[in-house]
Design a protein around this ligand. Structure first.
Ligand code: S3P
Length: 172
């Protein structure tokens, strides 16, 4: 196997639809790194979709699963961790992700986000709220925490996955 490009984990954070999963998959293929897709791991562990977990146990339960998974991930090295959009809202989570990783914030404008999530039924927080105003308000409410957590920021609007990854690697 080739030489590792990074000696730390890359942790992708950002709003729903910011491109975390797309960019993780692109990096996995380009850099031969493993990806931990947090939502997917949690859904598999629980044997339920994210929406079902929210409906059955509530948001707090889901948030605790996220924190536990981040702790479990710390021993890993050279992986890409694709966080759920709310992960960076807890200070504890940010501390855990920074222990062994560099945090990349992916950003997009509310209209771009809406275009990307409008056909998804796996965003329980946006059920019944698929409009630009709601997305802009929630994004603004979360902005300071995303920015405080980030080591680097990449704006994704109108860029290809390749362009986003190049910019990210350049800034890391
Ligand atoms: C959430 C984002 C979702 C998922 C859950 C909550 C959030 O992940 O974890 O629905 O609070 O922003 P994506 O960012 O992958 O959509």
């Amino acid at each position: 196997q080739g030489k590792k490009l990074f000696d730390y984990n890359i942790v992708l954070i950002g709003f729903m639809g910011a491109g975390k999963s797309t960019i993780s998959a692109f990096l996995r293929d380009a850099l031969a790194m493993d990806v931990v897709e947090m939502d997917q791991v949690i859904a598999e562990q629980q044997g339920m979709s994210i929406s079902e977990i929210f409906e059955t146990y509530g948001e707090e339960y889901f948030r605790n699963l996220e924190t536990q998974l981040l702790i479990d991930m710390q021993s890993k090295q050279n992986v890409i961790i694709s966080c759920g959009g709310g992960v960076a809202m807890r200070e504890r989570n940010v501390a855990e992700m920074k222990k062994n990783g560099k945090v990349v914030l992916l950003k997009a404008d509310p209209q771009t986000i809406l275009d990307r999530v409008k056909d998804s039924d796996e965003r329980p927080l946006l059920n019944g709220h698929k409009n630009v105003e709601y997305i802009a308000d929630l994004m603004e409410a979360r902005r300071a925490k995303y920015e405080a957590a980030a080591d680097i920021v990449v704006q994704t609007d109108g860029k290809s996955a390749l362009e986003i990854c190049e910019e990210m690697i350049h800034k890391l």
